[in-house]
Ligand binder design. Structure first.
Ligand code: 26Q
Length: 798
């Protein structure tokens, strides 16, 4: 492989000629891009082969991260940077007159995820590889990722995300490793063999496509395995051929674009079983190539379940052990429960996954039988342990009222159950999953989320990165906790000025993007106040926009009242069937239309809605933020990870004490963030007491009344009914997420942000403190904790 610019150029030119029969000068930009991409992939492949061989030869334990979602984003720059060949390629291309950034822009995001949970999986892959741990991912090779969002006339339109259209060059198809997966049919017991057999099944092949996961400054290269469904040779005689082909195609067609209300659809369950069955069987096969049996399976493999979506892996492993490998139930259960660990990502009861028994029984007859047996034995255990506490039994049953409770199955079948931030894990153990925490106290633990500081600081914000390195050296790239060394330079006025200059530079880049995509001119000296995340009632984008309306109306009503210039920036996708969320998007856009075009006020106030928020756009947004809006109703956001990305890029958190905000506030101290609103227990108490009356806030607070009335009086939309749902949600449904209850506190928090911003030196210090303390939120730290407490892996040694 190339070791310097000259070798790179030679190789690049050779490949262009060989692939396209043209010289570098003649080649089309997409041809240049594809050649660069395949060169990087092949470069990584050498390390990949070495890593696999070492892991095998050393009989190392491996971790397998099972997740329905991996929001990888782009891979080219990340891989070149991690391999340490970015500069060589950049310089080499430059000598051909090619700007590497132009090629970078041609890569489409691998957007195989909805939001936080999927991006977490991607960050974990980067940290695992970089820390040289053998940890791999399993997921579905969706033909379409999360929908592409267009905003038309202020409304969200969903378009298919054809991410593989120009080819996805990182993957390698492995047809030899295909796995048969069976749906429907029936189970018969074969008296002569003494085994259960699955007959008349609809069988499909799961074919793996492997993607190398390149670590930073290490030979270690892990695998992300994407499973794709293809037609099998054994289809039942009675099956209609065309229908069968269609069924096969449906499985990997698309990602379910909903991260809150489980779809409850057969196809989703099919997807869940499809990839867990495939992943597990491939791991079992690999194990049996090295060892005579599965007795030590759990000593050589650990499987982390990313939420309940892959939980069918638990009964599937039982099935393999018992039906295929001849184990007795007890032995099989020992192996299984020492293999799986489960991560919970949500507290919202309505988001906990359940399935109708009838559906599961017909789609997965044998797996369902095994779940029944797990349930039966678990109930026996609870009866014994609780002295027949019937109420407790009803609260913990895996099967009840025709329903399978997936989180309960996950807890019973795993040796570890973790939440994703301190507060979240506490709420699980003390409230939501209290019964289980009492039954299995040693299983429960916390692993506060993290983000890869390589993608989210070093690579996406090179301006800030080199400034940091000028002051504290570049060891923070390997050891993110070293960012703390910045604390010794907080009072350095030059550093403060240079930080503000870098921030402004990055705000300009975002401003240019906004100009190009939204046609709106924004002032880079204004406060960039940003809220980007999925749209959900509990995340309270509504609280933010109500406050914007307030500022606008006050300026209109009083010509003497003028605010410190602000630019409020939003980015959010709403699930396609989530009516309320879509209305909030429309409201933000409508307010923007009015506010941005009002010449009396638009020097001071602008509202921007950025279309199609995703990983790549986030890489432009994070470096440009002054204020990070993290304003969920306390107790609802499990962790948040956007909050960490903002912090690492020197934005100030304006947030409630929810999820990981609590830990951010603890680390930076109250002077270095702006915390407001009800605490988790206050929300809970207010909810329980039934004393909350949204109308009282409306009636007693004239400002709030004025703002809420503006939703329906034609100020922002000629159709006065346009925002009725929002009004209804707030007033007549009594404001489930306490937007009005936290309103005053939020306004005060916003005004302290403004005061702070005016003192430029003080502001810079606060931002630098945030950067300095952000090392804790590197996913390297998170992964090390998973390794120490749950996975117990050794590093791959080269
Ligand atoms: C389930 C069944 C059917 C269809 C869809 C789903 C589904 C899909 C995605 C349910 C939930 C999700 C995603 C949840 C999620 O992203 N949770 C977030 O996880 C982050 C990482 O831990 C946390 O930081 C966030 O707080 C949490 O909201």
């Amino acid at each position: 492989m190339f070791k310097n610019k000259e070798e790179f150029k030679f190789e690049f030119s050779r490949r262009i000629i060989e692939s396209y029969g043209r010289t570098v000068e003649e080649a089309h930009i997409t041809e240049r891009f594809l050649v660069l991409e395949t060169m990087v992939r092949d470069y990584a492949s050498v390390n990949w082969a070495t890593s696999k061989a070492i892991i095998r030869n050393n009989y190392q334990k491996q971790m397998h991260y099972f997740s329905m979602e991996f929001l990888m984003g782009r891979l080219l720059v990340n891989n070149m940077m991690n391999l340490g060949i970015y500069q060589i390629a950049k310089d080499g291309l430059e000598e051909y007159g090619i700007n590497i950034h132009d090629l970078e822009e041609l890569e489409t995001d691998a957007g195989l995820g909805n939001g936080g949970l999927g991006r977490l999986a991607a960050c974990f892959m980067d940290s695992l590889a970089s820390l040289a741990y053998p940890g791999h991912g399993h997921t579905i090779r969706y033909e379409y990722g999360l929908f592409k969002q267009k905003i038309e006339n202020g409304y969200q339109i969903e378009l298919p995300d054809q991410w593989m259209q120009t080819g996805f060059n990182w993957e390698v198809r492995k047809p030899k490793h295909r796995v048969p997966v069976k749906f429907f049919g029936k189970i018969i017991f074969n008296e002569t063999t003494g085994k259960y057999e699955h007959v008349d099944a609809e069988e499909v092949y799961a074919v793996p496509y492997d993607v190398p996961i390149v670590g930073n400054d290490t030979t270690n290269t892990n695998t992300l395995r994407l499973w794709s469904a293809e037609a099998s040779d054994n289809i039942p005689a009675n099956q209609d051929f065309r229908q069968y082909i269609q069924n096969v195609r449906d499985i990997c067609q698309m990602l379910y674009p909903d991260d809150s209300t489980p779809a409850g659809k057969m196809l989703r369950l099919k997807q869940e079983y499809f990839f867990t069955c495939a992943g597990l069987n491939s791991i079992v096969r690999a194990h049996l190539r090295q060892y005579p049996n599965l007795n030590n399976f759990h000593q050589k493999n650990v499987i982390q379940l990313n939420d309940t979506h892959p939980v069918l892996a638990i009964p599937e492993l039982m099935r393999i052990l018992i039906d295929e490998q001849g184990y007795e139930w007890e032995e099989a259960w020992d192996i299984t429960t020492q293999t799986f660990a489960y991560t919970n990502h949500t507290i919202l009861a309505e988001a906990l996954e359940t399935w109708p028994i009838s559906l599961m029984q017909s789609l997965l007859p044998r797996v369902y039988e095994i779940i029944e047996e797990i349930h039966r034995r678990f109930i026996g255990y609870v009866k014994m342990a609780s002295d027949r506490d019937e109420e407790l039994l009803n609260r913990v049953m895996i099967l009840r009222d025709g329903t399978v409770y997936m989180a309960r199955l996950a807890i019973v079948g795993s040796f570890s159950v973790n939440g994703v931030a301190k507060l979240h894990s506490d709420i699980l153990a003390e409230r939501e999953l209290k019964d289980f925490a009492q039954l299995y106290p040693s299983k429960f633990n916390n692993k506060t989320n993290g983000i890869t500081h390589r993608r989210w600081l070093a690579y996406c914000n090179p301006e800030l990165s080199s400034l940091i390195s000028e002051y504290i050296g570049d060891e923070w790239i390997k050891h993110p906790e070293r960012l703390e060394d910045l604390m010794g330079h907080l009072d350095d006025l030059t550093l403060q000025d240079r930080f503000l200059a870098v921030k402004k530079e990055r705000k300009q880049i975002l401003a240019d993007y906004i100009k190009e995509h939204n046609g709106i001119t924004v002032d880079v000296d204004s406060i960039f106040d940003i809220q980007v995340k999925r749209l959900h009632a509990y995340k309270r984008q509504l609280l933010n926009i109500l406050h914007v309306i307030d500022l606008y109306l006050r300026m209109k009503e009083n010509p003497d009242f003028r605010i410190e210039p602000r630019t409020f920036i939003f980015g959010a996708k709403a699930a396609s069937g989530y009516y309320f969320a879509k209305k909030v998007i429309k409201l933000i856009n409508s307010v923007g239309d009015v506010v941005n075009n009002d010449s009396e006020t638009n020097k001071y106030l602008k509202v921007v809605f950025l279309e199609n928020y995703g990983v790549t756009l986030a890489e432009k947004i994070m470096p440009a933020a002054d204020v990070s809006e993290q304003i969920s109703t306390a107790g609802k956001e499990a962790s948040g990870t956007g909050n960490m990305k903002f912090m690492m890029n020197g934005a100030i958190t304006l947030g409630t004490l929810d999820g990981a905000n609590v830990e951010i506030a603890e680390l930076v101290g109250e002077e270095n963030c702006v915390i407001f609103g009800m605490k988790d227990h206050e929300v809970k108490e207010l909810q329980m007491s039934g004393a909350y009356k949204a109308w009282d806030y409306y009636n007693n607070n004239p400002r709030l009344k004025r703002i809420i009335d503006s939703l329906m009086d034609g100020t922002f939309h000629e159709n006065r009914e346009e925002f009725r749902v929002i009004f209804e949600e707030l007033m007549n449904k009594n404001d489930e997420y306490f937007v009005l209850a936290d309103y005053e506190a939020y306004c005060q928090a916003q005004s302290s942000v403004r005061d702070l911003y005016k003192d430029r030196s003080r502001w810079a210090k606060v931002c630098l403190t945030n950067i300095a303390k952000s090392g804790f939120f590197s996913s390297d730290r998170t992964i090390q904790q998973y390794v120490d407490d749950i996975w117990h892996l050794d590093k791959v040694k080269f």
